[in-house]
Ligand binder design. Structure first.
Ligand SMILES: [Cu+2]
Length: 492
């Protein structure tokens, strides 16, 4: 007994020392970073035409814009002659793009035919906590949840996906996700492309592992599942015919865990015009765009000199190999890989041919008017925030309605974590004390926090108070979120 006690004490001491050095994480990482390569990739159907999710504008019933979504099982053909079990909203995979205007009174009826409970969260939208679709708004199998809220958000690209406690990763991986497009009068007046599927193209970018029979392989790796096959809008590395003019892409990094470093195969410049929750003040020229899970970006790409040419959207992941201690463990992350092939065809009529000089004015929150500052420490061992693992019955933070707050997020781990806050859109004040890059100076709801980095955010918690129903903040690597890297706040 004494010997046992002594050895477990010394084991604890050495674990403590290792964890202080960050070595424990690295050891745990190498043990649990699973290898599940898709075994027979030659049989996968690639290069199909990029599917464009159906556009739903809803039905006007009285003053309300009403949408109906059904969560269902389906099948897709990823290997010739084989049926891949999938799930989707109103179809076999992903879901329709819901279009709404700022100010709309929206109803979304979500029917769950999945055979098990789930939820549907409206990622990025500012709404009452009971309408948020987080873990507390469970939809039991066979039930319909009626979400009703007014669109207060800026014109931008948002998305919806399941958010059931402990099951988010699995449900999203099986195919459940879709986009929202919010429009408003101010941005409708801008001379930027807005013809959906023609010069305004949604791109939901994800990755999977496939089994030989074409079925998705979900290994459930707790550090985050990064597949080795890239899907865009549910098709494997597809092809888009784009007109020879300025084209707008709405990118959603919709993977469970993979972070992308987007660029074009010819290194051309493109222009970011929008972040998660709105347009930027002016287009920002870029050749690379780092986008972590849950983040969106709207970009403009000028194809006017490229008719009959081909250019590929790729992820230059290898250029980011020092991002964290996990990067080198993944063979995609140490390479450059294809995402989408763009074949440039003749321009359309009424093409947008000039880049706008300016876009919108961002009403920046005043740092001298802050009511409260909070700090959040992201910890990898046991997936904690400020030492706590998610507990549905514990409220971690209580925020006063209308308060403006600074949140300081520090990553104490060896892995980069995309930090997401429900309810609000925030502005990034600093990254390790420096102003963020120009393309991060817009409204955001997810921010990637690199190892040992501190990011300071400012946000106002307005409009919706509810002492009984919390909103979430969490890591948007879905396996980390499910593992407990999530907390709850109420606005009162
Ligand atoms: Cu994380």
């Amino acid at each position: 007994m004494i010997v046992f006690g002594a050895s477990s004490a010394s084991l604890l001491v050495s674990l403590f020392v290792l964890s202080r050095l960050g070595l424990l994480e690295r050891i745990v990482i190498s043990i649990i970073t699973a290898r599940n390569p898709s075994t027979d990739t030659s049989r996968l159907i690639t290069g199909q035409t990029l599917p464009i999710p159906k556009l739903l504008v809803g039905d006007m019933i009285g003053v309300q814009r009403v949408f109906n979504l059904t969560i269902q099982h389906g099948t897709m053909e990823y290997v010739s002659g084989q049926q891949t079990p999938t799930s989707g909203y109103n179809g076999p995979i992903l879901g329709p793009t819901l279009v709404m205007n700022k100010g709309d009174d929206v109803v979304i009826n979500v029917t769950n035919d999945l055979g098990e409970p789930t939820t549907t969260h409206w990622h990025g939208l500012h709404l009452p906590a009971v309408m948020d679709g987080g873990p507390h708004q469970r939809i039991e199998d066979g039930q319909t949840w009626r979400a009703n809220f007014t669109i207060l958000n800026e014109a931008a690209t948002y998305w919806y996906h399941p958010h059931l406690e402990g099951k988010t990763a699995e449900h999203v991986y099986s195919g459940l996700a879709g986009l929202f497009i919010v429009r408003d009068e101010a941005t409708d007046k801008l001379d930027i492309p807005r013809r959906y599927g023609i010069d305004d193209i949604p791109l939901i970018i994800q990755d999977k592992f496939f089994n030989d029979d074409g079925s998705f392989n979900y290994p459930g790796t707790s550090t985050g599942v990064k597949g080795d096959i890239i899907l865009v809008n549910g098709a494997i590395t597809p092809v888009l015919e784009a007109p020879a003019q300025i084209v707008r892409f709405r990118l959603l990094a919709g993977s469970n865990a993979r972070i992308f470093n987007f660029g074009f195969s010819d290194d051309r410049q493109f222009y970011q015009i929008g972040t998660d929750g709105g347009l930027l003040e002016a287009p920002v020229p870029l050749t690379r765009l780092l986008l972590s899970t849950g983040e969106r970006a709207e970009i403009l790409v000028d194809f006017s000199a490229d008719e009959s040419q081909e250019v590929r959207l790729v992820s230059y992941s290898s250029e980011r190999k020092n991002i964290d201690a996990f990067w080198a463990k993944d063979k995609m992350d140490i390479s450059t890989f294809d995402v989408l092939t763009v074949k440039v065809i003749a321009a359309t009529q009424n093409a947008v041919t000039r880049l706008p000089e300016s876009l919108v004015t961002i009403a920046r929150l005043d740092e001298s008017q802050v009511d409260m500052a909070r700090s959040f420490k992201l910890q990898m061992v046991s997936f904690r925030i400020n030492g706590q693992s998610m507990d549905m019955n514990r409220i971690d933070e209580t925020i006063k309605l209308n308060d403006t707050e600074i949140w300081e997020i520090t990553n104490q781990s060896e892995m980069a974590h995309p930090f997401h806050i429900h309810d609000i859109q925030f502005l990034i004040l600093t990254r390790n004390g420096s102003r963020p890059a120009e393309n991060e100076r817009g409204w955001k709801d997810v921010v990637l926090v690199k190892p040992q980095e501190t990011v300071r955010l400012i946000a106002q918690f307005s409009d919706f108070a509810d002492p009984n129903t919390p909103f979430m903040y969490h890591c948007h690597i879905l396996e980390h979120e499910d593992g407990g890297m999530m907390g709850q706040f109420v606005v009162v």
